[in-house]
Design a protein around this ligand. Sequence first.
Ligand SMILES: [Fe+2]
Length: 146
Amino acid sequence: MDNLKNLFACLVMYKHNLQILHWNSTGIDFSSAHEETDEYIDKFEKMIDEVGEIIKSLGGNPIGLKDCIEILEKDTTEIYFGADASHDYNYEEVLESIDKMFEDLIKLYTKCHEDSSIDIFNKSKLHKHGYYCMVEGSYKTKAKRK
Ligand SMILES: [Fe+2]
């Protein structure tokens, strides 16, 4: 359950990061950054819903915003990305930030997949939707950065 809660907390924070990148994107490729972040915001929303429902189906409760931040701060294995709302991000910085977020989420999805306390049905559900979305997003982002 802890792995699922970490994943949920990270998705919540990273969706908000994406919104900051969406609002604060600047420069010549502004429209690409604006559209891509929008697309991922929608996808992350679906992932949050899915992970929240899985937590509930396993007898837990979804996590409030304050607890999400606390959970991520407590995790000493990872330094999570917090978008700076006072900074304007050019396209390269947007891609770099998205890349970092996908990398972290792939790690968290993998931990959930390896977690024996999550049943087979829930593992496959996570894997089919969320994990593939993150891998695809990561691959596309890396290709654009070259
Ligand atoms: Fe918008």
